[in-house]
Write a protein that binds this ligand. Structure first.
Ligand code: NAD
Ligand code: IPM
Ligand code: MN
Length: 364
């Protein structure tokens, strides 16, 4: 029986609440498929800063490097917002971890479960059937450029954030996106601001160059402002989308509304030796401790972990089907509440998903 080592980094706010449910679901899958998952938790973010003075302790990094995959919760919160930038849970924690592990490719699938077509604030006919993936460049761009402040003679301050990319950084993320598009519906939208930014003009050139290796994929370029509009007007036009780090951050939160809630979207961060899996949402300080957090984004991140890092696709499918069936039965956390449907808390939602996994019924 092969043992798989999974590092669990719960982090802050609702991070521990949702990742605990994802672990329970993975344990249920292990029982049903006779698999051996060995979970070890590590400190990260504000929780790590409070214990050790660092948002990413050496011990956590070592644990990650020694694991087959990482399940990440969320980091940050008002308690740590005053800290110097490199001690902040976001910059010194998750961003540093992505960079250290070389996780340059962030896949953020946006699917609309049929049962949730009516849970979005957008019209059901607009969102039903949406199935797209945002491929977000994760270790470069605006997030990782030079950043500084300098005093000016007039007493004011100049602040600088640069957006930098190299040829190879653009090429490798483009290849990830083309390969994914090739396995899906064969359409890639590259999102940029080439009418204004030099980095975008070069991005477009490099992506176009890479496209010659993928004659079976149709490539289109779209400006990011238009894309933000198209995503809510006619999201079904999209298959795979590839973009700069911050564009991907913003457009993925926006796209979550198609699926009903930010609490529905999972992600996989790939590129190095160990994949990291996390919901796209944050630590949600406004609902921490209220048991309202939707654990599905974290649970679906667990499914991506099984598929991409452990090559357990049948087990991953099982989780996804269990989530779909639980939603079909009407169970809803507060963020996806619909009239007349049973409202459940964080743990109860996971209970229902686990019950589906344990039920060896014919539709699996
Ligand atoms: P957020 O994603 O934490 O929350 C935005 C809104 O969505 C809130 O109203 C929240 O209650 C709701 N929400 C988020 N996840 C939910 C879930 N699973 N179920 C139900 N509702 C959910 O974003 P924010 O409020 O802007 O940021 C809060 C903190 O999280 C900040 O410190 C931010 O830096 C951090 N953050 C961390 C990550 C990460 O760790 N990867 C991601 C985003 C934000
Ligand atoms: C995300 C988050 C992070 C990001 C923050 C917490 C640094 O918003 O994972 O989307 O911007 O990448
Ligand atoms: Mn984000």
């Amino acid at each position: 029986l092969e043992m798989y080592k999974i590092a669990v980094l719960p982090g802050d706010g609702i991070g521990p609440e949702i990742s605990a449910q994802a672990v329970r679901v993975l344990e249920a899958v292990a029982r049903r498929f006779n698999r051996d998952f060995y979970f070890t938790s590590g400190l990260v973010g504000g929780a790590a800063y409070d214990e050790t003075g660092s948002p990413l302790p050496e011990k956590t990094l070592a644990l990650c490097r020694d694991s087959d995959a990482i399940l990440f919760g969320a980091v940050g919160g008002p308690r740590w917002d005053h800290l110097p930038v490199n001690l902040r849970p976001e910059v010194g924690g998750i961003l540093a971890l992505r960079k250290e592990l070389g996780l340059y490719a962030n896949l953020r699938p946006v699917r609309v479960f049929p049962a949730l077509a009516g849970a979005s604030t957008l019209k059901p006919e607009v969102v039903s059937g949406v199935d797209l993936v945002i491929v977000r460049e994760l270790t470069g761009g605006l997030y990782f450029g030079k950043k500084y402040r300098e005093p000016l003679p007039d007493g004011g301050t100049r602040v600088v954030d640069t957006l930098e990319y190299t040829t190879s950084e653009i090429e490798r993320i483009a290849r990830v996106a083309f390969n994914l598009a090739r396995q899906r519906r064969g359409k890639l939208t590259s999102v940029d601001k080439a009418n204004v930014l030099e980095s975008s003009r070069y991005w477009r050139e490099v992506v176009t160059g890479v496209s010659r290796d993928y004659p079976d994929v149709s490539l289109e370029h779209m400006y990011v402002d238009n894309c933000a509009m198209q995503l809510v007007k006619n999201p079904k036009q999209f298959d795979v989308m590839v973009m700069e780090n911050m564009f991907g951050d913003i457009l993925s939160d926006q796209s979550s509304v198609l699926s009903g809630s930010l609490g529905m979207l999972a992600s996989a961060s790939l590129g190095g030796n160990t994949g990291l899996y996390e919901p796209i949402h944050g630590s949600a300080p406004d609902i921490t401790g209220t048991r309202q957090a939707n654990p599905i984004a974290s649970i679906l991140s667990g499914a991506m972990l099984l598929r991409f890092s452990l090559q357990l696709s049948e087990e991953a499918d099982c989780i996804e089907k269990a989530v779909a069936e639980t939603l079909n039965q009407g169970y809803r956390t507060a963020d996806i509440a619909q009239p007349g449907m049973p409202l459940v808390n964080t743990t109860q939602m996971a209970d229902q998903i686990i019950a589906q996994i344990e039920m060896r019924s014919a539709h699996f």
